[in-house]
Design a protein around this ligand. Structure first.
Ligand code: PAF
Length: 270
């Protein structure tokens, strides 16, 4: 596995691929890799000759009160996992590679980035769209893979690519779950044993909402009864616009247990 640390090394890797006519799939990550990330990489191998991963905890997608400093950083373990599944290269950019002029934001995807996560984390998608567009410019992949777990993020990135004519195919990959149905997330590492027991109920409540067995208000109440402390949203939306209008085909939830915020979503009637 190629461990790429500088922009010069990245360019050399990319040029060599071009010369060989090999296609490249890209999985951008913030590290703390789990099976969900690995499933994106495995899917990448189905679509391209080589898979490159980046590990970069992006400061511009965290608000000052969020967990940037405490976000899990497990680089040695991550590199071991990447080697094991056989990715071709991993790029470990530093802040200056992606933000040479300071931590500026130059992307805002109006519409799709504004409801739901956009209401509760207004800085978030601008930071994500900015860093992903910069990562794409540096890596120049043929395609990039993102998990459906961050469903709104996936739609924001699709819009960014379309509006800015970025020649990268975006592939969404089904959410990876543990045996209890809990969507895999790096932030699950924050949950205590008791909190984990409450967290696994989210999946069942979300399923009931998506299948039309319960409505939004009941689902909200059930989350609180299950042990969640606060529900940011628990709602049925249109999957393209994330608005409560048009075809309603996605159920989405964000809720807090203690200091941990969990999100999940599901297609309606699946
Ligand atoms: O989903 C993530 O891990 C991050 O938001 C991403 C896409 C790597 C951008 O920092």
């Amino acid at each position: 596995m190629n461990i790429i640390k500088t922009s010069k090394e990245l360019k050399a890797y990319r040029d060599a691929l071009n010369n060989n006519g090999n296609t490249l799939a890209f999985v951008p990550t913030m590290g703390a890799l789990h099976e969900g990330h690995l499933s994106l990489m495995k899917e990448g191998f189905k679509h391209a000759d080589q898979v490159i991963v980046s590990i970069f905890v992006n400061p511009t997608q965290f608000a000052p009160n969020e967990d940037f400093d405490s976000y899990p950083r497990t680089i040695e373990e991550d590199l071991r996992k990447l080697k094991e599944i056989g990715v071709s290269a991993v790029w470990l950019p530093v802040v200056e590679d992606l933000y040479p002029n300071g931590e500026e934001i130059d992307m805002h995807m109006s519409g799709v980035s504004e409801p739901l996560e956009g209401e509760f984390r207004p800085h978030f998608f601008d930071g994500v769209a900015t860093v992903v567009s910069r990562l794409f410019k540096a890596v120049k992949p043929d395609m990039a893979l993102f998990g459906e777990k961050d469903f709104q993020q996936l739609q924001v990135i699709r819009k960014m690519v379309k509006e800015h004519n970025v020649p990268v195919q975006i592939i969404g990959v089904e959410t990876a779950r543990d045996e209890d149905g809990l969507a895999l997330s790096s932030r699950n590492a924050y949950l205590s044993k008791e909190e984990h027991q409450a967290a696994i109920k989210l999946n069942k409540i979300l399923k009931d909402l998506a299948h039309g067995n319960i409505g939004e208000a009941i689902a909200h109440e059930m989350l609180l009864t299950a042990g969640f402390d606060k529900v940011d949203y628990c709602t049925l939306r249109n999957s393209a616009t994330l608005q409560a209008e048009g075809l309603i085909d996605r159920a989405l939830v964000a809720a807090w247990i203690g200091k941990t915020r969990l999100i999940d979503n599901m297609a309606v009637n699946t």
